[in-house]
Design a binder for this molecule. Sequence first.
Ligand SMILES: Cc1ncc(COP(=O)(O)O)c(C=O)c1O
Length: 388
Amino acid sequence: MDEERIGSFLLESKTSWEEESACFVVDSRKLVENINALKTFLKGEVVYSYKTNPDLRVAEIVSSQGCGFLFSSVEELENISKLACFEKNKNIFQSPSLTKKQFLTIREIGITRFVVDSQDQLNLMLENMDGNEVIELLIRINTGIKVNNPELSYGEDSFLGFPLSEAIEVLKKLNPLREEGKIRLGIHNHLISQNTYLDMWGKNTQTMADFVDDLKKESITIDVVDFGGGYPVEYFHIIPELSDIGRIIYKAQTRMTSAFPNLKYVFEPGRKLVGESVTLIGKIAHIKKFHDTQVAVLSCSLYNCSIDTLIVGLFLPVIKLDYKKDNNKLKKEIYVIRGSTPDSLDIFSRGVDLPQLKSGDYLAFLHAGAYSFGSDFISLSKPKHLIV
Ligand SMILES: Cc1ncc(COP(=O)(O)O)c(C=O)c1O
């Protein structure tokens, strides 16, 4: 964790955020650095999973680096399609609940690539294809691999995609349409977010490569393999290097390319692309002592910026924002950090060791850029993103 670098970056840029806290501060240089790392280590097209952080200025930076977007709702797509940077052909749409009306709207905006999650959805797309443009259908496959993630509660059954035995039948039926040039065909997979297990990366991608071999044996041809997201960010535990994950995936790609030499590859990072470049800054409204516990009460709430703390137990690393090397020598206390609402669950951190705090101090929650969504609880509004 690069606490020291982030601490000095935030102090140097204090004038841009101090009037705004609570706020999210985006380190645009770090964002671009991470996009480039993903482009280096993942061998194929990088499409940003937009639901990870829908801030429009973040989106513009992502787009300026040549990435398209993975959209999951028409509303998301409509927001981005108004931007000057919008390029129709770089995007993918996925939603397991897609309706005919939505499909037609999305087609009208010019999107041609779709993840297919069920037979019903596939029928809907085939019945409503206009025939003017070749659309790309990425059949979402579920490898059946389960990940037991003790750190964060991802990896339960998602019920998304087709089991492999069904997927092969679906692809067999679509193969003639592909041969007629009416569609392009691919497979899509996303195992879990924050996949910190190299063995699981290996097992999942090799199962995908076995599946591609099975397609070849059945004389079914595909044009694209989409490996989804899951590239992890460091919170409290050490995570594997992106380069190691990239190498594991590339091993599977090599097998796939030997089956289909013209195969194209797509990756859909969200968390790793944006997570580490964003810091959530909260100002301490009050300090109170509750029996023996020191409690810092913040100006923001889990309910307007960090609901994943409640959903998957994602607690973000936190530092006091006058972070200096000498902080280590300052007297420290153990704190509970409460959010701003009178809700018993609104707790950002428990038992954190921080230099003595007082009201008016700033706390910085690190690597806060991914899934930092909120709710309308007690009419709170979401803290702004400030690009620095
Ligand atoms: C289909 C798909 N692709 C990509 C992602 C991005 O995942 P991550 O943020 O873990 O990289 C998600 C996230 O849930 C997803 O559902």
